[in-house]
Design a protein. Structure first.
Lengths: 141, 49
């Protein structure tokens, strides 16, 4: 009769492995540069289109409200945070900087809302890029 | 409202897996945004009095 051995203490469940593939690196970068681009690259066309429309609309509305586009050389911590938020919009941010949009310091309530729209558009795009990364890894469908 | 719509769309897509869950969560976020606006408005109005 064969003896069966039981390994005690080594029966711990291991977390599922999600290998880092090329697409897991490329998709979030494309998703950051082009809002929704990562999802479209991963063949999630509806999600990508909705993300593109949402982020693009918020960015355009923010510019239309004369919101301010922050630059990276702001010495104030709030300016730096504003830059990080704005930069989340990827190519939209670079286009705005090149075209010199959002370079006004309008002192009205609408401009404040516009600034918020611009920053939130960037932050939402960061979330979208992270989501594209998770889809590429296989963590979500 | 515009902010709430677009933010809810993004939250719904990125936070849930299936389509139905995404739609439900997006609507839930939108309701929270709008409800929060109403509540904040009333709070500010009461403070002002």
């Amino acid at each position: 009769m064969a003896k069966t051995t039981i390994d005690k203490g080594k029966n711990t469940p291991t977390a599922p492995e999600y290998p880092i593939t090329t697409m897991a690196v490329v998709a979030p970068i494309v998703g950051w540069l082009i809002p929704g681009g990562g999802h479209i690259l991963l063949k999630r066309y509806v999600r990508g289109a909705l993300l593109l429309v949402s982020v693009l609309a918020m960015f355009v509305i923010g510019l239309g409200m004369q919101g301010r586009i922050y630059k990276p050389n702001g010495g104030d911590i709030l300016d730096i945070l504003g830059f990080v938020g704005d930069a989340g919009a990827g190519l939209l941010y670079f286009a705005a900087r090149i075209m010199d949009w959002g370079n006004v310091m309008a002192a009205n309530a609408a401009a404040d809302y516009g600034k918020t729209f611009l920053i939130v558009a960037g932050l939402l795009n960061f979330i979208a890029a992270a989501d594209a990364h998770h889809i590429a890894l296989g963590k979500k469908p | 409202m515009v902010f709430a719509i677009f933010a809810s769309i993004v939250f719904g897509i990125t936070q849930k897996d299936s389509t139905m869950e995404q739609v439900k969560y997006g609507l839930y976020c939108f309701a929270l945004f709008v409800g929060g606006v109403f509540i904040a408005g009333w709070v500010m109005a009461l403070i002002r009095r």
